[in-house]
Ligand binder design. Structure first.
Ligand code: ZN
Ligand code: ZN
Length: 253
């Protein structure tokens, strides 16, 4: 009956569930799932690719968590204050994870959110992170409409229950559209996102972990942290699935 919700326990609902399961099985038969990393048929993310994700090993910058070849702070953190209290990540942004993230974001790979968030949950436990709230980096409404989903929100939604922290999906909003960061250099990235975010919740004194898929320069995460700190957040960390390797400047520093 159109417009009338079907209760979960009715025969109608059971029939629908069975139909959906059968539909998925048929789709899997016609278009078998392929690994987003290597293309092997079987899983969305195969064991072989998972084993190739590079965990971030010390030494890392004490402040931003970027892998550096020495103890202490990276060159950027030595010279630039940040509204972020720290950055952690599950793995290095390198193949095959780089290809997996590309599929996740741009090829309707939303099914990858669960296995990828599992990797983040393991890194969260190993890094002994804790928080009152998890907040995903928001997409602008126009980008969200175009893509159909916010990959950071999907990761946060799967990560929160795995680590026992509530997820505040709409805590942050983008108040203006920005250029894709991937096209810009470090300084342009900072200007592009500066003041782009607004906090829409009560965060006074709270410990918040921002979740995003990739951290490159950290400019977007810093702009989010600035909005949260301006609203009184006590402590803001960023936690991403992947982290870019250090650049030449950091290596020299
Ligand atoms: Zn694979
Ligand atoms: Zn640093």
């Amino acid at each position: 009956m159109p417009g009338r919700p079907i209760e979960a326990h009715t025969p109608g609902a059971r029939w629908l569930t069975q139909l959906r399961t059968a539909g998925r099985a048929l789709l899997d038969l016609i278009y078998p799932p392929r690994c987003a990393g290597c293309g092997r048929v079987g899983d969305l993310l195969c064991e072989i690719c998972l084993a190739q994700f590079e965990p971030i090993r010390p030494p890392v910058c004490q402040h931003c968590g970027r892998p550096i070849p020495h103890e202490g702070l990276c060159r950027t953190c030595q010279h630039t204050p940040s509204p972020l209290d720290g950055i952690a990540a599950a793995a290095v942004f390198a193949p095959p994870l780089r290809d997996v993230i590309h599929t996740f974001k741009y090829n309707n790979g939303r099914g990858l959110a669960t296995p990828l968030a599992q990797q983040m949950a393991v890194a969260w436990q190993q890094g002994e992170l804790s928080a009152d709230l998890i907040a995903p980096v928001p997409l602008h409404a126009a980008r969200l409409a175009e893509r159909g989903y916010n990959q950071s929100a999907l990761l946060a939604r799967a990560l929160g229950p795995a680590v026992g922290v509530p997820v505040a999906e709409t805590l942050l909003a983008r108040q203006r559209a920005t250029l894709p960061q991937v096209t810009l250099g470090a300084e342009a990235r900072r200007q592009n996102v500066s003041g782009a975010f607004v906090c829409r919740g009560d965060v006074a004194g709270r410990r918040i972990v921002l979740v995003d898929d990739v951290c490159t320069t950290g400019a977007t995460l810093e702009a989010c942290a600035a909005a949260l700190k301006a609203s009184g957040a006590g402590n803001v960390w960023a936690f991403t699935l992947a982290r870019a390797r250090w650049n030449a400047d950091d290596r020299a520093g």
